[in-house]
Write a protein that binds this ligand. Structure first.
Ligand SMILES: CC(C)(COP(=O)(O)OP(=O)(O)OC[C@H]1O[C@@H](n2cnc3c(N)ncnc32)[C@H](O)[C@@H]1OP(=O)(O)O)[C@@H](O)C(=O)NCCC(=O)NCCS
Length: 151
């Protein structure tokens, strides 16, 4: 069952959320990001978490650089997947990009991550390029792009 939007709240990432973010990454990825990767940021970083009640349900990290944006990571707690939380985070980021006059949103995803690829395609992302043997498990990276004005 989908979660009601009124129970979801997007806020800025804070260092104190690190353990919950690490937990979400660990349950979703064989090679999760290190804590340094989670904490690293630059002036272009966008780092948001989504709360479901008082629980961190997922997060979206990205960058907005002049007229281009990218998503470096989006993930939802396993127990709360397929309930519309990923869509909620993504809608928020696309909306932000629209407001900032961004032309394209870029991301990289393993060709093996069929669920995420389908999730992105649903938003209108398409495969722009392929990087062979990009990931540690030997899988290819799909470089996907969403033209924001087409959204
Ligand atoms: C990919 C991910 C962020 C999606 O978040 P989610 O909260 O599970 O997705 P949602 O419930 O918002 O689904 C949105 C849409 O994606 C599609 N989708 C979701 N789960 C799907 C599945 N198992 N199979 C096919 N399509 C699916 C549906 O079309 C859905 O549309 P709907 O709302 O009309 O049904 C989440 O599954 C996740 O954290 N995966 C592990 C981490 C990951 O791989 N991140 C991407 C790294 S690049």
């Amino acid at each position: 069952m989908k979660i009601k939007r009124k129970n979801l709240r997007i806020t800025d990432f804070r260092e104190e959320y690190l353990p919950q973010i690490e937990e979400i990454l660990k349950e979703n990825f064989r090679y999760p990001w290190s804590s340094q990767q989670i904490l690293s940021s630059n002036p272009f970083s966008v780092k948001k978490v989504v709360f479901y009640g008082d629980e961190i349900a997922g997060f979206l990290f990205g960058e907005v650089i002049f007229s281009e944006a990218s998503i470096t990571m989006i993930a939802v707690k396993k127990r709360l997947q397929n309930k519309g939380i990923g869509r909620y985070l993504m809608n928020w980021f696309v909306q932000l990009s629209k407001e900032k006059g961004i032309k394209n949103i870029w991301l990289e995803v393993s060709e093996k991550n069929k669920k995420a690829v389908r999730f992105y395609e649903n938003f209108g992302f398409f495969v722009e390029d392929i990087r062979k043997n990009y990931y540690r498990d030997g899988s290819d990276a799909l470089i996907m792009r969403l033209p924001v004005n087409a959204w």
